[in-house]
Design a protein around this ligand. Structure first.
Ligand SMILES: C[S@@+](CC[C@H](N)C(=O)[O-])C[C@H]1O[C@@H](n2cnc3c(N)ncnc32)[C@H](O)[C@@H]1O
Length: 209
């Protein structure tokens, strides 16, 4: 057990299923090294499971076998959590900051995630245009600026799976121009985890092209 880390919530084993050992390994590594590496603030340890790891884990059932990009993975949220939970999906974690990339690569190695690749780049400069089936992102930017950097990575008919806060409806209103420009359609807001975790996760899901 790592000092200050929230005890593992009951929902963790249910959500991770057979992958719970790796879920614990990643969460404990983040609790141990996250602060010194500037990945999570000290105040996050008592809510690392619920607010960060389980919140990310709730997205796993939305993914389909194929190639999924996680833009701005940072500490590996949601990319590494999803990589652990969905070995049937190929992930590419797109992150520009060198020390975060080093962390992600080390975790991929230590967790033995053969399905996860790390690319050091800003999304708009990554050589992945039109290459992905789905794109995830969490806490990167508002939809107005997030859609222009994520939508071009998708193949026609690919899907945005963007984790958002309670202000998502306002973000959608402000993103109208980008939604039209990037041919974003069939958009919906999913509320995940009600009755399962203390903080629900909202996802803006939409098809592009
Ligand atoms: C606030 S952090 C969130 C990290 C992680 N997704 C999370 O939920 O904890 C935002 C991350 O997005 C990355 N980022 C910012 N702009 C980006 C861009 N244009 N393309 C890819 N990543 C970007 C930053 O380097 C940073 O790691």
């Amino acid at each position: 057990m790592t000092d200050g880390l929230e005890p593992e919530p009951a929902a963790a084993a249910d959500l991770f299923g057979e992958h719970i050992a790796k879920g614990r390994q990643f969460t404990e590594a983040l609790a141990r090294h996250g602060e010194e590496r500037g990945l999570v603030g000290p105040l996050e340890l008592p809510r690392l499971w619920t607010r960060h790891v389980l919140n990310s884990a709730l997205v796993a059932p939305l993914l389909r076998p194929g190639r999924v990009g996680d833009v701005g993975s940072g500490a590996g949220l949601p990319g590494l959590v999803l990589g652990i939970m969905r070995p049937d999906v190929s992930f590419v974690l797109i992150e520009p900051m060198e020390r975060r990339v080093a962390w992600l690569e080390r975790q991929v190695d230590e967790l033995g995630l053969a399905n996860v690749e790390v690319v050091r780049a800003r999304a708009e400069e990554a050589k992945l245009k039109g290459a992905l089936d789905q794109v995830t992102a969490r806490a990167v930017s508002a939809l107005r600026t997030l859609i222009p950097i994520t939508a071009p990575l998708l193949r026609p008919g690919g899907e945005l799976v963007l984790m958002k806060g309670a202000g998502v409806d306002g973000e959608i209103g402000a993103a109208e121009k980008a939604i039209r420009k990037y041919k974003v359609h069939d958009a919906e807001v999913l509320v995940l985890g009600e009755g399962v975790v203390s903080e629900v996760t909202r996802v803006f899901r939409a098809t592009v092209g």
